[in-house]
Design a protein around this ligand. Structure first.
Ligand code: ADP
Ligand code: MG
Length: 993
């Protein structure tokens, strides 16, 4: 821990845990009003106040929502605390909240049932206590350290302490007695408290602690049933004290001690309830004094009140060190998420939030030397031994119980009184210190005042001496005043004269200055004039030389121009003659080309005419050969046609013969079929007769049988009638019936047979007649068809012959036409050849003419070129003569300009010299300066005393002096002041001037 933390203290750590909905709450569908944000460590409670939805948000050191498991809470919040206990700190964890919000669940958990199956692993539901115990043993065993662990477990109910670990081996009566007997709380003489007679169990393993815890909790549980929910009003305190052996560097063994208090407080609802009834008659056990006092202690600590009422309850006495002391403290506030707990939830949150501001100053317990500890323990053993001895021998002090309790309460009252007195003494001490301080301040002020007084007395003496001296002086001063008056008048006259004098001197000096200024202006003007004339001269000279240069340049340029021009003219003439010769050669080339063209054209025309005549010849030959061939083709065609005609006639004849034979055959078949059908009909008639005969015979035989049978059965019946009488009559009757039905059936079958046969025969007859009729129809049709076919073939034959005849005549006419065409083509060819040769002749004539034209044009062009050339040369010659003339004119002008320039320069320099001379004369000789005579008096500054100085010689009036003195020496100031300068006495007139 840092030193700063030690000085300032650390805040109590406050965690909030919200349990999940219980089954009852879930069943009643209770709305949720608490929402936890574990990550942001915030809890929001939503309220509905006057129809408005308001969220209140609280922030804590850690927040565990309904889903947080026992393990999460332990790992995040308790592990570091247990580690500090193992480091030698004392730490306390409170569980605070409404009944049923999970305080006991958080502290103890629900591991009892699972205890037996505990093999180093804790059940999930195990609370802080078993987990802390396990951590402690795990760590200590891991460190291989020598240690001892002691635990106590007590309950505080109605301001009475009960030991939850009291041994049970004593008889039941004794046990109950012990249970009932409250244990006294005593000062241990070192500023702490101890519970007298509280069982301190030494444990050596985690499982042992579980047994103890189970024992204590079960006792508490029994009490709960017995005392009607006592647990909601009782606090339980489970303490673990650890001693660990540590070797010191000096070899001496040190004992490190740490203590962990785990407090399961009474239900917080008891505070508000009991608080509300405080004013009324207090029922025993209803007011939870301890819880109330805890609240007050927290308030006092938070508001930094002087008196903290630790002593008002047993709980606060027991846990004094955990609240504002040297212990590290953590409060776990538990709430329910349901709406019906809203009020209590808000009050729990407020309470817990307030507790956050408590500051503790944790300190490590001093390590004890083993020897000291042993000595202490020996002392303790001796004391206990003496007690045991006294008890056994009954030679101790015996007092009645009532008296003991009375004395005990008196002692308690006295202890309270002593504490109160201690507080009073403390406040008195404080008051005394304040008074002492005030006294010191007064004494200091007093001494200051006396020194001031002596100082003032000294000043007074001085002043009265000064006063006497001053009065003397005053008398002298009155005479001085008259003199001063006179001096003042004189001084003013003198001052006026001096002022006039000064103004005159000033005028003279102004004039002097004007003169010298004028002189310098004239001088500067003269020098500037000279300079400017010089400048002008040089500029003119420059200009003239530049103009000269220009003129020379112009002359040179004119000459060079003339030369260049001559050269150019010569060049041009040469080029012109060259052009002419080139032109001539081109004309020559052109004529050559024309000649070539002419010969080519003539050759082409000749070729065309020969070609045309050869073409006409070949066409004639071709037509002749073709005519012979066409004649042979036409002959062949005619032969083929006549052959076709013959064949066709033969074919028609044959066709007609065949038709005739086929109709003959059809007729034969028809006759045969006719015969067949009539035979068939005859046959069916015989069948019919036969059937009738058979039917009659059958019918007759059946009737005979029936008759015979009836006669036979009749005789049989008579015969048997005697013997068997009625016995057989039935049988006979039945047989008779049977035979009758059988005969009827036979008859019916015969009739049916007959009718069927009749139907068959008639249908056969019908079919035969139908077939015969059809066949006859077909025969007639076939005959007519054959006749039609023969007629048709004959008609077709005629038609074909006509067509063949036509073809023959067509071929003839085509042959004639072919012959005609050949003749006309021959004629056309000869015509064409003659017109082509006349055209060729014309073209040759044209070419000749063209040639002559070109020749004449050429001579004309040559002549024109020569004359033009001549003219151009003449023109150029004229132009160059003109140019030469103008160049010589320019040169003449240049010469005359040069001359003019020379005269201008001479005139200008003469004028400039005259101007210079004139200015010299004017400024040096005519302009005159003032000459001083030396008679003007010198200017002097006489020292005239000021009016103020003279006035100051005058003595101050008495009232003013007194006034000033009062101002400088006010009555309320004890300070000695330096007298003002004008009050310092001076000797009359001597020191001025
Ligand atoms: P308290 O000691 O504050 O009166 P209990 O610890 O007896 O409350 O808890 C009341 C009931 O709520 C118990 O049945 C307990 O199992 C259950 N309970 C409390 N907190 C939780 C929790 N965080 N998770 C599950 N059940 C819980
Ligand atoms: Mg409980």
């Amino acid at each position: 821990m840092s030193g700063r933390e030690k000085e300032k203290g650390v805040n109590v750590q406050v965690l909030l845990r919200c349990r999940p909905f219980s089954e009852d709450e879930l069943r009643s569908n209770a709305p949720q009003v608490v929402t936890c944000n574990d990550y942001q460590r915030e809890v929001a409670v939503s309220q509905n106040i006057a129809g408005k939805h308001i969220d209140r948000v609280f922030t804590f050191d850690k927040v565990f929502g309904p889903s947080a498991k026992q393990r999460d809470l332990y790992d995040q919040a308790v592990v570091p605390i247990v580690n500090e206990v193992l480091e030698g700190f004392n730490c306390t964890i409170f569980a605070y909240g409404q009944t049923g919000t999970g305080k006991t669940y958080t502290m103890e958990g629900e591991c009892r049932r699972a205890k037996s199956g505990l093999n180093g692993e804790l059940p999930q539901e195990a609370g802080v206590i078993p987990r802390a115990v396990k951590q402690i043993f795990d760590t200590l065993e891991g460190q291989n350290a020598e240690y001892s662990v002691k635990v106590t477990f007590l309950e505080l109910y109605n301001e009475e302490i009960t030991d939850l670990l009291a041994p049970e081996e004593i008889s039941k009566v004794a046990l109950e007695e012990k249970q009932k007997k409250p244990l006294p709380l005593m000062e241990d003489g070192k500023g702490g408290v101890l519970v007298r007679g509280l069982e301190e169990e030494i444990v050596t393993s985690a499982s042992e602690i579980f047994t103890l815890l189970e024992r204590g909790s079960s006792k508490r549980r029994t009490a709960e049933t017995l005392l009607n929910k006592q647990s909601s009003r009782s606090h339980s305190l489970f303490s673990i004290t650890i001693h660990i052996k540590e070797p010191s560097p000096e070899g001496e063994e040190l004992i490190k001690c740490g203590k962990l208090n785990l407090v399961d407080l009474a239900g917080s609802e008891n505070i508000s309830r009991s608080g509300a009834r405080e004013g009324r008659a207090r029922e025993a056990g209803e007011i939870n004094k301890s819880l109330l006092t805890l609240g007050r202690v927290i308030n006092a600590l938070v508001e930094h009140l002087g008196h903290i009422p630790y002593r008002d309850s047993k709980l606060t006495r027991l846990l004094r060190d955990s609240l504002g002391g040297r212990t590290k403290t953590c409060i776990i506030a538990t709430v329910s998420p349901a709406v019906h707990c809203l009020e209590e939830t808000l009050s729990t949150l407020d309470y817990a939030h307030r507790a956050k501001h408590i500051k503790n100053k944790p300190e490590v317990n001093q390590k004890m030397m083993k020897s000291t500890l042993i000595k202490d323990l020996y002392g303790e053993i001796d004391r206990l031994k003496a007690e045991v001895y006294a008890a056994r021998e009954k030679n101790g002090v015996y007092i009645p119980k009532e008296r003991y309790y009375q004395e005990e309460s008196e002692r308690k009252a006295m202890a309270d009184q002593i504490e109160q007195m201690g507080i009073t003494i403390e406040t008195h001490q404080k008051q005394l210190e304040e008074l002492q301080e005030k006294y010191d301040v007064q004494v200091r002020q007093c001494s200051d005042l006396s020194t001031k007084l002596t100082h003032t007395e000294k000043n007074l003496l001085e002043t009265s001496r000064l006063l006497a001296y001053t009065e003397e002086e005053l008398k002298k001063l009155q005479t001085e005043n008259a003199l001063t008056q006179q001096a003042c008048a004189l001084q003013s006259d003198l001052e006026k004269a001096l002022k006039d004098n000064t103004s005159l001197f000033e005028k003279i000096s102004r004039e002097d200055k004007l003169h010298s200024d004028n002189r310098s202006v004239v001088n500067s003007f003269h020098s500037e004039l000279c300079q400017q004339i010089g400048c002008l001269r040089s500029i003119v000279a420059n200009s003239i030389s530049q103009q000269d240069e220009h003129l020379q340049c112009v002359g040179k340029l004119c000459n060079s121009f003339r030369e260049n021009h001559d050269k150019a003219v010569k060049e041009m003439k040469k080029k012109l003659t060259n052009t002419r010769t080139v032109y001539m050669s081109h004309i020559e080339a052109l004529q050559n080309v024309v000649r070539l063209h002419k010969s080519n054209s003539v050759a082409g025309l000749d070729e065309i005419s020969t070609l045309a005549s050869s073409n006409a010849q070949s066409i004639e030959d071709y037509l002749a050969s073709e005519g012979v061939q066409a004649a042979s083709v036409f002959d062949d065609l005619q032969n083929a046609l006549s052959a076709h005609q013959g064949e066709m006639a033969i074919f028609a004849r044959e066709l007609r013969q065949r038709f005739n034979s086929s109709s003959e055959q059809t007729k034969q078949i028809s006759d045969y079929t006719d015969g067949f059908l009539s035979k068939l009909m005859d046959q069916s008639k015989t069948i019919q007769n036969h059937v009738t005969g058979v039917d009659n015979i059958q019918m007759k035989s059946i009737a005979d049988f029936q008759k015979a049978y009836e006669e036979q059965s009749k005789s049989d019946a008579e015969k048997f009638l005697v013997d068997v009488s009625n016995l057989f009559s039935n049988h006979i009757l039945r047989q008779k019936e049977l035979v009758n039905t059988r005969l009827d059936g036979l008859r019916e079958a015969a009739v049916e047979n007959r009718s069927f046969m009749d139907g068959q025969v008639s249908s056969l007859k019908n079919i035969a007649t139908e077939a015969k009729r059809k066949w006859q129809e077909f025969c007639v049709q076939a005959e007519s068809d054959a006749k039609g076919g023969a007629d048709y073939s004959a008609a077709k034959h005629c038609r074909m012959e006509i067509l063949l005849q036509q073809s023959v005549t067509n071929a003839e006419s085509a042959f004639q036409h072919c012959k005609k065409t050949r003749d006309s083509v021959n004629e056309m060819c000869t015509k064409h050849v003659s017109s082509l040769s006349s055209l060729v002749r014309d073209a040759t004539d044209h070419i000749e003419q063209h040639d002559a034209d070109i020749d004449s044009a050429r001579t004309a062009a040559e002549q024109d070129v020569a004359t033009n050339n001549q003219e151009i040369l003449q023109h150029i010659d004229g132009m160059s003569a003109q140019e030469r003339e103008s160049v010589s004119g320019i040169l003449g002008t240049v010469e005359s300009h040069t001359k003019t320039l020379e005269t201008f320069r001479e005139g200008h320099s003469g004028q400039a010299a005259v101007m210079e001379k004139k200015s010299q004369e004017t400024f040096q000789q005519h302009f005159m300066d003032y000459d001083p005579t030396g008679t003007t008096p010198m200017r002097t500054e006489p020292d005239v005393p000021s009016k103020g100085t003279i006035e100051s010689l005058r003595a101050m009036p008495m009232e003013a002096l007194v006034e000033e003195f009062r101002e400088n020496n006010s009555y309320d100031s004890f300070e000695v002041k330096e007298p003002k300068t004008n009050l310092v006495p001076r000797s009359p007139l001597a020191e001025i001037n």
